[in-house]
Design a protein around this ligand. Structure first.
Ligand SMILES: Cc1ncc(COP(=O)(O)O)c(C=O)c1O
Length: 346
């Protein structure tokens, strides 16, 4: 009985439990010398690591037409987004006073809102005006990341039915000074395959950039508990699909592979990478493949608006390729993408 108690204490050494902590605790308690795998000793990362910027403590935030200081930006506890995760959002970046791939982000947003009968109450030009006003109020024009959020609005009662959301939409725009942390380009991200999948369109279509990210948050927690940074999610058939926050690519024999797209976010960056490969004679395939092929890849990288292309260092503790940071094909794609963003925001 006593031994059981000891194990119970050791197994939960801290709230943020990590396998590395457990091994260290066991070593200390039982005078053992078990090795902590290398991929578990480096500090954890996320694909959204940004350089610290003090100015972000004093930003102004758009809330339904008002642009107010960060600590005054509030929505109701009856808001459909807060209560149910009933809303859609877009992450966009501003360079030289222009939103990169604005039309593509608006296509996705308006399609998603239409699919869930969420009336945004303004057209694309209205959204652009709201974005511009928020950027001007913050004196921001370059290296800015924005989270544009639209929910079904304030409910008259704390229940699920959409008919109870009667205020019209809640629209919030948060803009931050934002430069992705460069360290991630050198070290790469550590992925763990997780039990949580991004599933079939008839449960909740993975293409919805919905306020509720619980599916992805669960995947991220599972990855963290396995000692990795983020989760590599399979599709319902067991093929490699996506990560909890980005789209996923591998390179094999010089060819770029990504999932079919049936079960993952229709990422703007994902599509740009596919288009750039096609335009630049880099063989690219949207296809089913398994972990067997992912583990043996020469290169792997993630795509997303924030980090563009982020190298993958390990999957389930297995090192990908024999390079640090992006491999040669991924590096070429990253440069092509940077050129495209520059062209789009010139
Ligand atoms: C689950 C998931 N996959 C991929 C992406 C990347 O999409 P994008 O390239 O449009 O930023 C996101 C971004 O919101 C996401 O949440």
């Amino acid at each position: 009985m006593e031994a059981n108690n000891e194990v119970a204490i050791l197994v939960f050494p801290s709230k943020r439990f990590k396998l590395a902590h457990l091994i260290a605790a066991l070593n200390a308690r039982f005078n053992m010398n078990a090795k902590v795998p290398d991929h578990m000793t480096v500090p954890s990362h996320s694909t959204h690591d940004a350089l610290e910027d003090e100015r972000n403590q004093h930003i102004k935030i758009y809330v339904n037409g008002d642009i107010v200081p960060r600590d005054q930006a509030k929505v109701s506890v009856y808001d459909s987004g807060f209560m149910l995760g009933d809303g859609m959002w877009e992450g966009m970046r501003l360079y030289n006073g222009k939103w990169a791939f604005f039309d593509e982000h608006m296509d996705r947003l308006f399609n998603s809102c239409k699919a869930v009968s969420l009336d945004i109450g303004m057209d694309r030009a209205g959204i652009l005006t709201a974005l511009s006003a928020t950027a001007a109020a913050n004196d921001m024009s370059h290296d800015v990341h924005c989270r544009l959020m639209i929910t079904r609005g304030t409910k008259v009662k704390p229940f699920q039915h959409p008919v109870l959301s009667q205020s019209g939409p809640t629209i919030v725009i948060i803009m931050e000074h934002s430069k992705p942390a460069t360290s991630l380009q050198a070290s790469g991200i550590r992925l763990a395959t997780v039990p949580q999948v991004r599933g079939l369109p008839m449960s909740q279509d993975a293409k919805f950039n919905s306020h509720s990210k619980l599916n992805c948050v669960i995947a991220c927690l599972q990855a963290e508990q396995a000692g990795a940074d983020e989760g590599l999610m399979l599709d319902p058939h067991g093929f490699v699909n996506t990560t909890n926050a980005c789209n996923f690519f591998i390179v094999r024999n010089g060819e770029v592979w990504t999932s079919t797209g049936d079960y993952c976010m229709n990422g703007v960056t994902r599509q740009k990478v596919i288009d750039l490969c096609r335009a630049n004679d880099i063989p690219v395939h949207e296809k089913n493949y398994s972990l067997y092929e992912a583990y043996g890849a020469e290169e792997a990288f993630l795509t997303g608006t924030f980090g563009a292309q982020t190298p993958v260092a390990t999957i389930d503790g297995k090192r990908i390729g024999d390079h640090d940071g992006l491999g040669p094909v991924s590096r070429r794609i990253r440069q092509l993408y940077a050129d495209l963003v520059a062209e789009n925001t010139a």
